[in-house]
Design a protein around this ligand. Structure first.
Ligand SMILES: [Mn+2]
Length: 331
């Protein structure tokens, strides 16, 4: 793969890579040119060819993911993101997996999104970005990213070009990642059908390719998995709730169903983000389902935000955004 030429990397990212002080780079933040965005898109296409929608991290690289930071929603908050990636530049973690929702709600979706996409291009075997439910133009129209892009690109022709490019990147982001410690990481959770992991591998890339599948049953199954892995929420109940529709029209899953999914796929736990959990972290189902949220501002409030640190040996740890240990999680 040809190296990503320096002139295509926006100045604020270059400054950050050279000196990871959040406060120093703020003066250098400038929008990307259309030409830079086109180069980023071309390079992202090249990088994303390396993996399907189901990423076994240790197959990408057998060493890098043994010291891994797992990050929940950052929702347009570049400040949270810059703090989160600092331990990577300081050599304290070797890799980072982001669980989606880079845009909307926060005020810097545009910079947050392309900053992360650039990092995943610069370090394709260390920085992986999954697709969340907000990596979707229809949601962006309502929750802020669309409007922000319009401000950056007031000329309609350019705005349409950037929208197409953003959408094309969304369509190549993988959906599920498996860590060396057998954590299944995804944005929201398990689809109602409780599928084998291989089903995610069958979802086309770019995702829009599902439209071309002629087998109607398979097409529906793959589409449902594509939507629900980014939308479904866990529910704490002893009842079977899998047919219960949640408030946004998707499904809830129970402890029983999580156990069934993990057993079927021979994995140990699920790590997910998506919901606005007060306090930024919750062990939803003891030992098997962990929720992490990584953006401090949310709906106009500042709240605690966390990341999860997995190392090959020892317990998994919950970290705050400055990489301080908050809690040991049995690993
Ligand atoms: Mn979400």
């Amino acid at each position: 793969m040809r190296p990503f030429e320096r002139r295509y990397i926006p100045k604020f990212i270059q400054s950050f890579v050279e000196n990871t002080s959040v406060y120093i780079i703020m003066k250098d933040i400038s929008p990307f040119t259309l030409h830079q965005l086109a180069q980023i898109w071309m390079k992202y296409q090249e990088v994303s060819r390396k993996f399907s929608n189901l990423v076994f991290l240790d197959k990408i690289n057998s060493d890098n993911f043994n010291n891994l930071l797992i990050v929940g929603d950052t929702h347009g908050d570049l400040n949270s993101t810059l703090r989160i990636v600092k331990p990577f530049f300081d050599g304290k973690v070797d890799s980072i997996l982001f669980l989606g929702d880079y845009v909307d709600r926060g005020e810097q979706s545009y910079l947050n999104f392309f900053f992360l996409v650039c990092l995943s291009i610069l370090w394709p075997e260390r920085i992986i970005l999954l697709r969340g439910n907000h990596e979707d133009l229809e949601l962006n129209l309502v929750f802020g990213f669309y409007k922000e892009l319009q401000n950056y690109f007031p000329i309609n022709r350019e705005f349409q070009a950037v929208l197409a490019l953003v959408n094309a990147i969304y369509n190549l982001m993988p959906l599920v990642a498996i860590t060396p410690k057998h954590s299944v990481c995804m944005h929201a959770g398990i689809p109602k059908s409780i599928p084998p992991l291989q089903l995610f591998e069958q979802i086309p890339k770019p995702h829009i390719g599902y439209l071309k599948i002629s087998d109607k049953k398979l097409k529906k199954e793959l589409f449902n998995a594509f939507i629900q892995v980014r939308w479904n929420d866990p529910i704490i109940t002893s009842l079977k709730m899998k047919d219960e529709v949640s408030y946004h029209g998707h499904f809830y899953y129970t402890l029983e169903e999580v156990k069934q999914f993990l057993e079927l796929n021979n994995q140990k736990r699920i790590i997910k983000s998506h919901e606005d959990i007060r306090g930024g972290y919750q062990e939803v189902f003891s030992d098997v389902l962990y929720h992490v949220f990584s953006s401090e501002p949310y709906f106009g409030q500042i709240k605690k935000a966390y990341t999860i640190h997995e190392e090959k040996i020892g317990d998994i740890t919950l970290r705050d955004l400055d990489f301080n240990i908050e809690l040991k999680i049995k690993g």
